[in-house]
Design a protein around this ligand. Structure first.
Ligand SMILES: Cc1cc2nc3c(=O)[nH]c(=O)nc-3n(C[C@H](O)[C@H](O)[C@H](O)COP(=O)(O)OP(=O)(O)OC[C@H]3O[C@@H](n4cnc5c(N)ncnc54)[C@H](O)[C@@H]3O)c2cc1C
Length: 596
């Protein structure tokens, strides 16, 4: 049996002290999230995650989903009831517009809740998560009629949503997509084709499933320029808004896969299914990008969430497992051996995980606040700066939080020794569940290419320059402060590495694009480390100020030690990434394919 305790105190420190949430009260929705409201929401999300969703995590893993001969799918025992609680509690509409029945609260709060849900039960959390992503795409690109038909029911959780991009021959390269759309006299389309790996494609938890589907209209240009987005409901919607006749889309099979067994990964067969165009013809990627960007941040949170729950269980185990004696002499003299938490190597692993999780959580909330500004500010310049930040940080968060999140679940498993390899102890499920986050929503290699090839050069490098300016200004302002020097000095060194790497790419990637491709993953991780280092420096400054003003607390003291560990032990990897990147692509590309 695994444990999970939502990191409520850490979230409170970040929202209230580090990012000063109330400073944003001029933005719509923020004033409604006053400190007492926020606290109530966060505490209730914690309770739901700890008491309702986490106990179902092993159940979901062991039972998985079952497809029946008629194409229907049954979710694991308890999922349906838990989903009802999520829907009826209004959790799916926390940040949705009030006109569709949502509460209009900041996205930052939704991201906080998402971390808890995904730590507690990632496979389950995907059902509401994908629905929110699909609703976001319809909110931005749907017609007024489509919004009226679908959004209230998706926001309330009565209906769920999916995203359908992948086909057998078409994964990363969506230009290869074949699903066909034929226009009908009434303006609708007949959709025919096969989509694979569709998360939450079929299940028994909601009355209708609203599929957002990429397809090619007959006669459209080949490649990515000929793709359109369609909304295809499982049940066609009656004039009174209720779910009516069955549409021509069925789940042909479900995958037996490494992890997230509680989430149905479906092959969806579309056979003359009725769909309606969302947005303009051949501009489907614009609509899908809204959903994909939402989903990428959501997947980044999954990486953090699995790392956090794995860490918590590893700590518990390390406190209880008795093996060997401390190098400095026995500590538990009344016991036959010391708990393994006395060993420096176990502490190294625990602090590596913990110091990453706390920085990653800060990074998620910092970026979520930018998302709120980008969507809600009335000031065009402020909106643009926030949007620049979102564009730049989305691939960094997705790639780094899921790569490191997975590595941390393996680290947690290692702390269990052989017991970590045994299913009954639970930690191996975190490893299996976390693994997918590195692959879907654009595999991490593709995130790195997006960062280097698109996000860096965009608008003449405006976003990256703003990031350098902000981190540089912080280091300059606090560089003379003795108390935060252990944070600011290494941050400045690593920022220098990132700036050198950026300059190297500017000088070497245009002429030889393989230099960018070969160094992209290193660059993405170098970027993520600097961003985490910046978060630590900010958190340390606030913690020091709080200690000076109000006195030390165990939380604040632990925070500072954890942060120093990150700066000493994790951040120096920026030098390694820079060195690797600067070797270029010559050796990587030298061998012919047949030599491998
Ligand atoms: C459990 C699960 C759930 C999923 N859920 C959904 C879903 O809900 N909806 C949906 O539409 N899809 C979903 N997917 C599909 C997923 O998004 C794809 O698997 C993913 O996008 C990669 O596509 P692919 O598997 O075809 O790999 P490929 O595109 O064949 O890529 C193989 C490898 O090559 C690399 N690669 C490819 N092209 C390049 C390039 N140009 N440069 C460098 N490297 C490259 C990739 O990074 C990857 O490592 C899901 C998949 C799984 C396993």
């Amino acid at each position: 049996m695994t444990i999970y305790k939502a990191p409520v105190e850490d979230v409170g420190f970040l929202l209230n002290d580090v990012f000063q949430f109330d400073r944003y009260n001029n933005l719509p929705g923020f004033a409604d999230a006053a400190p007492d409201v926020r606290e109530a929401i966060i505490n209730e999300a914690a309770r739901l995650s700890e008491e309702v969703l986490h106990p179902l995590n092993t159940v979901g893993d062991e039972q998985g989903c079952t497809r029946h001969d008629d194409g229907s799918v049954t979710t694991p025992k308890g999922f349906k009831d838990a989903y009802k609680q999520i829907a009826e509690g209004g959790w799916m509409g926390l940040s949705s517009p009030a006109e569709y029945g949502g509460q209009g609260l900041p996205i930052t709060l939704t991201q906080t809740v998402q971390e808890f849900l995904n730590s507690a039960n990632m496979a389950f959390a995907m059902y509401p998560g994908l629905t929110m992503g699909a609703a976001a795409a319809l909110t931005v690109h749907g017609t007024p009629e489509q919004k009226q038909i679908y959004l209230p029911k998706m926001v309330s959780g009565e209906w769920t949503g999916t995203m359908n991009l992948t086909e057998p021959q078409c994964g990363t390269d969506l230009g290869l997509l074949r699903t066909k759309a034929v226009k009908q006299a009434d303006g609708s389309y007949k959709i025919t084709g096969t989509k694979i790996f569709i998360s939450a494609g079929e299940h028994d938890m909601a009355d209708n499933i609203i599929h957002l589907v990429l397809a090619r209209i007959e006669g459209a240009p080949a490649g990515i320029k000929g793709i359109s987005l369609f909304v295809v409901p499982k049940f066609l919607v009656n004039a009174d808004g209720s779910a009516g006749k069955r549409n021509g889309v069925v789940c042909g099979s479900i995958e037996h896969k490494m992890g997230i067994h509680g989430n149905a990964t479906c092959t969806m067969n579309y056979d003359d299914a009725t769909g309606w165009l969302v947005g303009e013809e051949n501009k489907g990627m614009q609509g899908m990008f809204v959903m994909m960007n939402e989903a990428r941040l959501g997947v980044a949170v999954q990486g953090l969430a699995q790392s956090e729950v794995a860490y918590q269980n590893a700590v518990e185990y390390a406190r209880e497992r008795l093996q060997g004696r401390a190098l400095s002499g026995p500590k538990a003299t009344d016991k036959p051996a010391d708990p393994i938490i006395v060993h420096p190597d176990i502490r190294r692993a625990l602090l590596t995980m913990r110091s990453f999780n706390e920085a990653a959580r800060a990074l998620v909330l910092w970026t979520a606040l930018k998302s709120d500004v980008a969507h809600r500010s009335e000031d065009a310049k402020e909106r643009q700066a926030a949007d620049d930040h979102l564009g730049l940080m989305t691939p960094v968060l997705k790639g780094v939080l899921t790569d490191t999140g997975f590595a941390n679940t393996v680290m947690a498993q290692q702390i269990y020794g052989g017991h970590g390899y045994i299913h009954a102890n639970g930690v191996e499920q975190f490893v299996r569940d976390a693994r997918i986050a590195m692959i879907y929503e654009g595999a991490n290699g593709i995130q790195a290419l997006d960062l280097v090839g698109r996000k860096l050069p965009r608008d003449g490098g405006r976003a990256v320059m703003a990031f350098f300016a902000e981190v540089g200004a912080f280091a300059k302002e606090h560089g003379g402060d003795e108390a935060v020097k252990p944070f600011v000095t290494p941050l400045s060194t690593s920022l220098g590495h990132l700036q050198q790497a950026t300059t190297w790419l500017m000088l070497n990637a245009m002429a030889a694009p393989d230099n960018a491709g070969a160094g992209a993953t290193d660059y993405m991780h170098l970027f993520g480390l600097v961003a985490c280092g910046y978060m630590w420096a900010k958190m340390a400054k606030v913690a020091q100020d709080k200690i000076a003003a109000e006195g030390a607390t165990p939380y604040l003291t632990t925070k500072l030690v954890t942060g120093r560990f990150f700066m000493e032990r994790t951040l120096p990897a920026t030098a390694l990434h820079l060195a690797r990147l600067q070797t270029g692509s010559a050796t990587t590309m030298e061998l012919p394919a047949e030599a491998f």
